[in-house]
Design a protein around this ligand. Structure first.
Ligand SMILES: Cc1cc2nc3c(=O)[nH]c(=O)nc-3n(C[C@H](O)[C@H](O)[C@H](O)COP(=O)(O)OP(=O)(O)OC[C@H]3O[C@@H](n4cnc5c(N)ncnc54)[C@H](O)[C@@H]3O)c2cc1C
Length: 621
């Protein structure tokens, strides 16, 4: 059975069971997004917009200035792209500056930076060199420091964390050739030996960022299964592995379309002997550790892609004003002006979402799993659009390398947009693809209903528990559902929000109720079949993302105005974002009822069967 109680194949069932068992099931408090799917518009969670304390900001400002100096003086990202190497000297200086220990508390030798300052550093570096950003973020967003901080014992923290201030680089090794989006399919084994004092690791890990140069890795492997309630239960366990252990081998350094300087590899483990004390979070807790690490780790990605997008906007603005064709700067031709306005509005939304989620992650007991997943999906997809538009605005120069532009004399405007596009492209794939983010968000968003309905869908549940479920559901939905039809007239606590933007907040509140109604109706109509309605669920995810975006943008604008930015200009930009987003939301709601999902499914089936192979004729195969 899947989470809806629907019958699924043996393979799929096994994956789903492992994934479900590894879910963080507790919601502590305060998720704006979770509220949206429950019909609750929790505006007080996003307004007033959170801000850094002056001391934290000062600490960040000083560090950013130092990093910027180092990068501009010592690192040529074009050379990194060409040679595939970040110079040793730069890596050494980054260590000297503590750039590999940014979030590690000072008590373990780190810089003890806040998540916001860490995000700001990644944002800055990503606007300049994607490879350096990958090196630092794979190391400390998902590499050994993060799982150790979250799950490590005091002994493990004391032993390993100080090394990241000195010279140790780390990576996160989960993916395998046969286990990508579905990590439950890993086959790397950890076999206990010497009465369980040690484990022998055997297997391969694919695309491990930093794996080629890492000193320490966090590796997920299968330990012997356990019997739970008479059933064999797969055990995935996380190990700290020192790469100088005999049997560890870098089998291949992978090459990609972008981030050429990142050292990403296929790693092989042959009888790599690891002591039991290197287990993190306990035996059988490895997938939970991995998924939790990714949940927090992906917080860095929105900051990184926002930095890259801002660079794209900057280049587009300068070029669109300078380049004259058909008697006017290209930025004055409506098609280009349209792009520029859209890019600026997108960057505003990316920025608002990134900093809202990053600040929210610092709130004690905050649950930001949904917010982080939405920010990752929203910002990475926006970044692909924005960087692609920048390439189009630059025309032929957008497709030409910065090196070539410089060499043929266009030194002053040799912007590396093609590299930016190549480097950014990976963002919708790593740390959970956009499609997997949709599934994750759907699962968490529907949790409210699933908890109420599960006994009904479960064929193993007896008649008594089904009757009880119907009664409980009746009571809770009788209180909840009618409230979703109440009209929304006004809006309280809108201090500082420009009058013109208040209408968008009233709209967002109204649409929140409609979203919850729509989700509920779909659950009632499709019941167990809802699990397979990925396209429908993706629409609900998009609507949730967009309502979240409108809300954080309006709140962010109020905070920017308070900090001295022109209200008129900001309102114009935010109004544009909200209006275009409302059009998107209307389309998604329309498509909930009127869509081509069935038709597409039928066509895809024929595509997969090969019957449309004639469409691939007259090409070199
Ligand atoms: C440059 C780079 C760096 C990486 N760094 C690391 C790292 O440091 N550590 C690490 O462990 N891994 C790393 N990865 C692996 C990365 O996380 C995976 O590529 C990612 O999880 C997707 O897995 P996959 O590529 O095997 O795609 P697949 O899982 O094969 O998916 C292929 C496509 O199918 C879609 N899809 C799959 N399942 C479903 C579904 N149920 N419903 C709808 N769509 C679905 C996916 O969204 C995708 O579009 C890296 C990868 C790259 C390319």
């Amino acid at each position: 059975m899947d989470m809806f109680g629907k019958k699924v194949g043996k393979e799929e069932r096994a994956s789903l069971e492992v994934a479900e068992a590894s879910r963080q099931t507790e919601w502590k408090q305060g998720s704006f997004l979770r509220g949206l799917y429950d019909g609750k518009y929790l505006w007080d969670l996003v307004h007033p917009f959170p801000e850094q304390t002056p001391e934290d900001k000062k600490k960040g400002d000083e560090y950013l200035a130092a990093i910027e100096r180092l990068l501009c003086e010592e690192l040529d990202p074009e050379q990194v792209d060409l040679t595939g190497e970040i110079p040793e000297g730069v890596i050494r200086k980054l260590f000297e500056m503590g750039a590999f220990a940014l979030k590690i508390p000072e008590s373990y030798g780190g810089l003890g930076m806040s998540k916001v300052n860490y995000g700001r550093v990644m944002h800055l570096i990503s606007s300049y060199c994607g490879s350096t950003s990958a090196l630092l973020s794979a190391h400390q967003s998902i590499g050994v420091p993060q799982p150790l901080l979250d799950f490590g014992t005091e002994e493990q923290k004391k032993k390993y964390l100080p090394r990241f201030r000195k010279d140790a680089i780390s990576g996160f090794a989960l993916t395998e050739p046969g286990a990508g989006s579905d990590p439950s399919k890993i086959t790397t084994t950890a076999t206990p030996i010497e009465d369980g004092k040690y484990f022998l690791l055997n297997g391969e890990k694919l695309w491990c960022t930093n794996g080629v140069i890492a000193d320490i890795l966090i590796v997920m492997a299968l330990t012997p299964p356990k019997m739970v309630h008479g059933k064999e239960k797969k055990q995935i366990t996380a190990f700290i592995v020192e790469t100088n252990t005999p049997g560890f081998e870098v089998k291949h350094r992978c090459e990609f379309m972008g981030i050429h300087g990142a050292k990403i590899g296929l790693l092989k483990f042959t009888n790599v002997k690891v002591p039991r004390e290197n287990i993190v979070a306990g035996e059988g807790e490895g997938l939970k550790l991995a998924l939790t690490t990714l949940n927090t780790g992906r917080l860095t990605i929105p900051a990184a892609v926002t930095g890259a997008s801002k660079y794209a906007l900057r280049v587009s603005r300068i070029w669109a004003a300078k380049r004259v064709q058909w008697g006017a700067p290209i930025g004055e031709h409506e098609a280009v002006a349209d792009k520029l306005a859209g890019m600026a509005a997108s960057v505003l939304a990316m920025e608002a979402m990134t900093w809202y989620v990053t600040h929210a992650a610092m709130r004690a007991h905050a649950d930001i799993r949904l917010e982080t997943a939405v920010a990752k999906k929203f910002c990475t997809e926006m970044c692909l659009d924005v960087t692609n538009e920048a390439l189009q605005i630059r025309g032929g120069r957008g497709y030409e390398t910065s090196r070539s532009l410089s060499e043929r004399g266009e030194d002053e405007t040799a912007y590396p947009i093609e590299r930016l596009v190549r480097d950014a492209r990976i963002s919708t794939i790593i740390e959970g693809t956009s499609e997997i983010m949709d599934l994750f968000i759907t699962r968490e968003a529907l949790d409210i209903h699933l908890k109420r309905m599960l006994p009904l869908f479960n064929p193993r549940a007896g008649i008594f528990s089904k009757l009880k479920a119907i009664f409980d559901m009746g009571v809770s939905y009788a209180c909840w559902y009618p409230g979703l039809w109440l009209p929304v007239f006004g809006f309280s606590n809108a201090n500082g929000i420009p009058a013109k933007l208040k209408q968008h907040l009233i709209y967002a509140k109204r649409m929140t109720r409609r979203l919850a109604r729509s989700v509920f109706h779909s659950m009632m109509i499709y019941q167990q079949a809802m699990a397979k309605k990925e396209s429908l669920a993706a629409r609900f995810v998009k609507i949730g993302c967009d309502l979240f975006a409108i809300s954080v943008v309006c709140s962010y604008v109020a905070s920017k105005i308070k900090n001295g930015i022109s209200e008129k200009d900001l309102t114009l930009l935010a109004d544009l974002f909200c209006r275009t987003t409302r059009t998107k939301i209307a389309r998604q709601f329309h498509e909930v009822c009127y869509n081509q999902d069935g038709l597409k499914k039928a066509v895809a089936k024929i595509v997969l069967s090969g019957q449309y192979e004639w469409l691939e004729s007259d090409i070199i195969k």
